[in-house]
Design a protein around this ligand. Structure first.
Ligand code: AMP
Ligand code: MG
Length: 525
């Protein structure tokens, strides 16, 4: 297999733990600990992302080689790889949780691709690290399939995200108590190789702050600017103070986070665990666990069973939770600033950037040339109707582009309703709304072909629905892994109707309404 080139800046430029190996411990004054993946019984490549393989320069022969499964299953290292687990903290469900760190993720190093792009490669489920606490450092096949598929699908949907190179079966069993009800069962284990320019999280900055280690905090901030925000680092040399550079950086993190969450709301993605250790400093969707996709539009939907009570991470609260998380980041960065003003300015930027992105989404999803103040009300009313009448978000918006403004009718949208009686009860209100919408379209200069193209580029035909993931998982657990590659193939072009693949665009079937994995998910993965 071809050798990758590595440039492990994070290890080279930042302080590490003098002890290596997986002994569980508190690690002070250091941002990483050297630890090797624990070999598995029989690594076997189940699926890969063609785009990520190409980005790293792997060809068919590389992918077919047993070395590939060995390296990306954690059984072998290439020259230049220096495996480590990162040290970070975080606020979990609103409370400071202290040191967390990579408990089951081990970074292999920072690969530099032929085009100069930097890809940190990280094995999720590669065995224990100093940050594993009482857990085993492993991941089950079901959660690995979900992360592999969804992160690649998100990329193709145009949502900023970490990527996935490979999905490798470990050939070992992992014990999990899926519903924390005292019934653990052995499940097949797997390892995903994730890739991102950086896996730095808000929690990386929070931990040194919580320990009063301002020197480490500054070292990390300067490193992040240099490596991950070079446009800001360069601008600062000679011109402006450190503080104004940090201020620009924080504002950019706020903007990127706003853009990311606006995309989530556009496509109907619910992250499920928006703890600050799961927030990327690059504004990438990171850590796919008990996430979910909206079927019937419901701003209160909360896929994560651990969150069933408070519903902190419900679909509709994601923008405000992102803001709350940014406030925690602002607090962590405060020692870098003489006053809170630049941090407040960054937080204000979040609000402005989110509002602008949300309005842009409204215009694109409804096929309007621009979003006016009255259009915000138009979409709010639509959201209320979709919720009340239990309407599939993805199908409704996709079909809305087929509306004939001269004779607006609910018929082409029938397919989007889950409950015929709720449809009938809401039909008049929908007719009303469609008439308003058709009148609004008439005020726009966009002709119907251009409107439809604009809408089809914002309203996906295919999203990785929860029940489809569960079907691929059921098949794989029964020995038929072909469903994973098939589905990924569909998700590579989510905005294009693909004849013969209608099954991937259907609304959630009745059997999936209350089934585990389809409507509710646990963290246990
Ligand atoms: P998460 O909610 O998945 O972001 O995980 C929160 C923390 O628990 C992180 O520090 C993870 O690394 C750690 N963690 C989750 N699952 C495991 C596991 N199976 N083994 C070790 N650490 C884990
Ligand atoms: Mg996490």
């Amino acid at each position: 297999m071809r050798a990758l080139r590595f440039d492990n800046a994070f290890l080279r430029e930042l302080p590490g733990d003098p002890e290596s190996g997986p002994r569980v411990r508190q690690v002070h004054g250091a941002l990483w600990s050297r630890v090797d993946p624990t070999p598995v019984a029989a690594p076997r490549l189940i699926a890969y992302s063609a785009e990520m393989a190409a980005a790293l320069g792997f060809d068919e022969d590389d992918l077919a080689s047993p070395d590939f499964a060995a390296v990306f299953g954690g059984n072998a290292l290439q020259p230049g790889m220096q495996p480590y687990a990162a040290n970070y903290g975080g606020h979990q469900f609103g409370h400071w949780a202290g040191q967390l760190g990579d408990g089951r993720a081990i970074s292999l190093g920072e690969a530099v691709a032929a085009d100069g792009a930097r890809w940190e490669l990280q094995l999720k489920g590669a065995g224990p690290t100093p940050y594993s606490r009482s857990a085993d450092g492993r991941a089950v096949l079901r959660s690995s399939i979900r992360e592999f598929l969804c992160s690649e699908a998100m990329h193709h949907l145009g949502v900023p995200t970490t990527r996935a190179l490979s999905l490798v079966a470990s050939g070992e069993q992992v014990e999990r108590d899926m519903f924390y009800d005292g019934h653990p069962r052995p499940e097949p284990g797997a390892i995903v190789c994730r890739a991102a320019p950086s896996f730095l999280r808000f929690g990386h900055f929070e931990l040194p702050f919580s320990r009063g280690d301002a020197a480490l905090l500054k070292q990390l901030a300067d490193f992040t600017l240099r490596r991950d925000f070079p446009h800001l680092a360069a601008r600062g040399i000679g011109a402006g103070s450190d503080e104004s550079r940090y201020g620009d950086w924080f504002a950019e993190v706020c903007e990127r986070t706003a853009a990311m969450v606006a995309h989530w709301m556009r496509v109907g993605f619910v992250h499920g665990v928006m703890n600050t250790d799961n927030m990327s400093i690059l504004g990438l969707t990171i850590d796919y666990g008990p996430y979910g996709w909206i079927d019937d539009y419901d701003p209160d939907w909360t896929p994560n069973t651990t969150d069933a009570h408070g519903r902190r991470y419900r679909f509709g609260w994601q923008p405000r939770i992102a803001h709350w998380n940014l406030m925690r980041l602002a607090q962590a960065l405060s020692p870098l600033f003489g006053s809170t003003e630049p941090l407040q300015a960054g937080l204000d930027r979040f609000a402005a950037a989110y509002t602008a992105a949300d309005r842009d989404n409204t215009a694109r999803k409804l096929g309007l040339a621009e979003c006016r103040d009255e259009d915000v009300e138009l979409i709010r009313d639509l959201h209320r109707l979709l919720h009340e009448a239990e309407v599939d978000m993805t199908i409704f918006f996709r079909r809305l582009a087929r509306l004939e403004p001269a004779a607006p009718s609910l018929d082409p949208l029938d397919e989007a309703f889950y409950d015929p009686s709720k449809r009938d009860a809401a039909a008049a209100a929908f007719q009303d709304w469609l008439r308003r919408y058709a009148a609004r379209l008439g005020e726009d200069a966009l002709d119907s072909a251009r409107r439809r193209t604009r809408m089809d580029a914002a309203n996906p035909c295919y999203v990785p629905r929860n029940y489809l993931a569960q079907q691929a998982i059921d098949r794989a657990e029964a020995g038929d892994e072909a469903g994973i590659a098939e589905w990924l193939e569909v998700m590579r072009r989510p905005y294009e109707e693909q004849p013969g693949r209608e099954a991937f665009a259907r609304k959630r079937p009745d059997w999936a309404r209350t089934r585990a994995g389809c409507s509710m998910l646990s963290c246990s993965s």
